[in-house]
Design a protein around this ligand. Sequence first.
Ligand code: MG
Length: 394
Amino acid sequence: MSNSYSGQLVPYACDDKKSQGRRYDEPHPTYRNEYQRDRDRIIHSAAFRRLEYKTQVFVNHEGDLFRTRLTHSLEVAQIARSIARELRLHEDLSEAIALAHDLGHTPFGHAGQTALNNCMKGLGGFEHNLQSLRVIDKLEQKYADFDGLNLTFETREGILKHCSVTNAKELGDVGERFINKTQPSLEAQLTDYSDETAYNNHDIDDGIRYGLITITDLLKVELFSEQYDIVNNRYPGLDDKKLLHEIIRRMINVMVVDLIDTSRENIANAKLNSISDVRNQKHAIMSFSTEMNDKKLELKQFLRKNLYQHYRVHRMTKKAANVIDSLFEAFLEDPNILPTEAIQHCNILKERNGDKGLARGIADYIAGMTDRYAIIEYERIFNPRQLSFANFNA
Ligand code: MG
């Protein structure tokens, strides 16, 4: 197998030559390692393309400047690769996990997830992390030999960040660590931190552009004000756009440097020699220093109070929840209005699992929608003007 990283890795990294394998055996790729193939399959998936039109906090069509789940995933991959390379962990694996980590997200970000989870109450619930795994294990239907993308255990493990013990019991190998309380690979751990580092910082950027928070408000947050002082001293009178970028890039940098330095110390203290040493730790090895962790918590609290709970975000949340609730109810009440492919999928699940199966099929269909597709679908079903013959095909 070419392009193996094996020789350059620390002994406790995930080694592409010693992967725990795929759910369905396949010949090794010719010129790529196993995790490169995972990454490539993710990039070529339909769910990945749809990330372009899905958002986290803001609705997709609100403006072209805001992050989408696609640009977010690329930022996470960039941060994760830097950390993995520095710690001589498997860069390709971290990249694959980063690019796939949000594939299961509903339209309309957190609002959509909460709404769909409420719709699925008593019917198995809805959790975006589990859904990401469902997308790559089952819902992508394009390979002749198997459902899903047939990714390696290590990529699948990294995608499933959290999971209840009840759900874990249904998941086989990737569920085991939630039952046995063991740790995932360092590549999975570092990608999780990269996710958090990316969104905490880009939400500041988007929040300011959107006019929900201001630089002055953020001066109350230590992590921000420290970098503000450095930039302001060096470049007095800088315009706001450049000022903000210079602050945010430094914030990402100090967080990443802290994470690498602290984790390196943790690795030395734990005397890691193998991947099983990583898995058998009581706590995750990757971590921020206590000081950085406190600062990060302060930032998160600020964002929760001032950005995520801003009334304008709440209004979007309310509207998004209405769209999701209405679609779910309408489909559940009369599955015959579902498009052909979706109803076929629902019928298969219904045969296996009755009403719960039907509801799961509907949740799969809704979760797969982009923000704009969900709005169009809502219009098609509920707007009486769409009754005209011109819209018959919609
Ligand atoms: Mg994310």
